[in-house]
Design a protein around this ligand. Structure first.
Ligand code: ZN
Length: 320
């Protein structure tokens, strides 16, 4: 019997195993009855609603959550993981300490790349201090462009200059809201070229690219290619994208993988949030993400799918 799923799974194994390039392991399994009631809040509200988890978690609790998720990754054959850890005025260095302990415990079974998340931006003074602490510890400099909304240019310039000085890559959440008013991937590509960081910068999500007309998308892909921008798709994480009355081309809420690949733009896979306020039901099984990615993009090229799940992942994490 022709069993394409089994063929993909076998090929993933022979290509070195799954790579989960985007997660927030420090907040995995934090959904409780109280937070679950808030599951339908807007993402930007959830960001603040998570502050209790950030403030109140102990290093031991953060470690336990990360260890549980790491064991889930190892059990399904994940060879490397890129995970954000909160380093901000609420979390301070608790997640850094937990991450170091995690790496010491599991480094023989899985490769870790830690990425710092300045949850409340980097422009306020205290946030900036913790960004610097996080950037020093992290393997990859991370951020979310929305955390300094309205001052995205300043935000990006600090991120890119810091990464350049420290000779590190950048992972940044962009264009998440599936709305035609977002132009963050374009700004990221332009700034990447300006800072001569081509091939070192990775955008996460890029859902809103789909909400723009074809002509804009084609120009954007050319610019992304020039910037050697790479993209991470976390398909299960955005299938709950909101309804909107704003007119835009008909599309699925996904990173536009079907269009990025023909332009030679590298795409990798991630689970994003696991069993937390953002995604209470995300079970962190990478097959589910790859399945959603193929269906939402009608991408049935087995070898491309295997690359997205394996070698492309090592590329975006800077693992040679
Ligand atoms: Zn994320």
């Amino acid at each position: 019997m022709f069993d394409p799923k089994q063929i993909i799974l076998d090929k993933i194994k022979t290509n070195g195993g799954w790579v989960n390039t985007h997660a927030h392991l420090d907040r995995a399994y934090t959904v409780d009855e109280k937070l679950y009631k808030l599951a339908n809040a807007y993402r930007h509200e959830k960001w603040k609603l998570n502050s209790g988890v950030r403030r109140n978690s102990t290093i031991a609790q953060i470690y336990d959550r990360m260890a549980k998720a790491t064991e889930l990754m190892i059990a399904q054959g994940v060879s490397a993981i890129g995970t954000f850890i909160d380093v901000d005025p609420d979390t301070k260095d608790k997640a850094i300490k937990a991450a170091q302990k995690l790496k010491d415990r599991y480094k023989s079974s899985i490769t870790f790349k830690f990425i710092n998340l300045p949850s409340y931006g980097i422009l306020p003074k205290e946030s900036r201090f913790w960004f610097e602490v996080g950037a020093e510890f992290a393997d990859i400099i991370g951020s979310n462009m929305k955390t300094d909304q309205g001052r995205e240019v300043e935000h990006l310039e600090i991120i890119l200059q810091t990464a350049k000085d420290k000779k590190k890559m950048v992972h940044i959440h962009v264009d998440e809201l599936n709305l035609p008013g977002e132009f963050e991937t374009e700004l990221l590509a332009k700034k990447t070229i300006e800072y001569k960081m081509e091939g070192k910068v990775v955008g996460i999500h890029g859902i809103s690219i789909n909400a723009h007309p074809k002509k804009y998308r084609e120009e954007l892909y050319k610019l992304m290619k020039k910037a050697k921008l790479m993209m991470i798709a976390c398909p299960m994480s955005w299938i709950n994208s909101r309804r909107s009355e704003e007119p835009s081309p008909i599309h699925n809420p996904s990173t536009p993988v079907d269009e990025l690949l023909p332009y030679g733009i590298l795409v990798a896979l991630g689970t994003d949030n696991i069993a937390d306020l953002m995604m209470p039901y995300n079970d962190g099984i990478l097959w589910n993400d790859l399945r959603a990615l193929m269906e939402m993009n009608r991408l049935y090229d087995i070898d491309e799918l295997v690359k997205i799940a394996t070698v492309n992942g090592r590329e975006v994490l800077g693992i040679n």
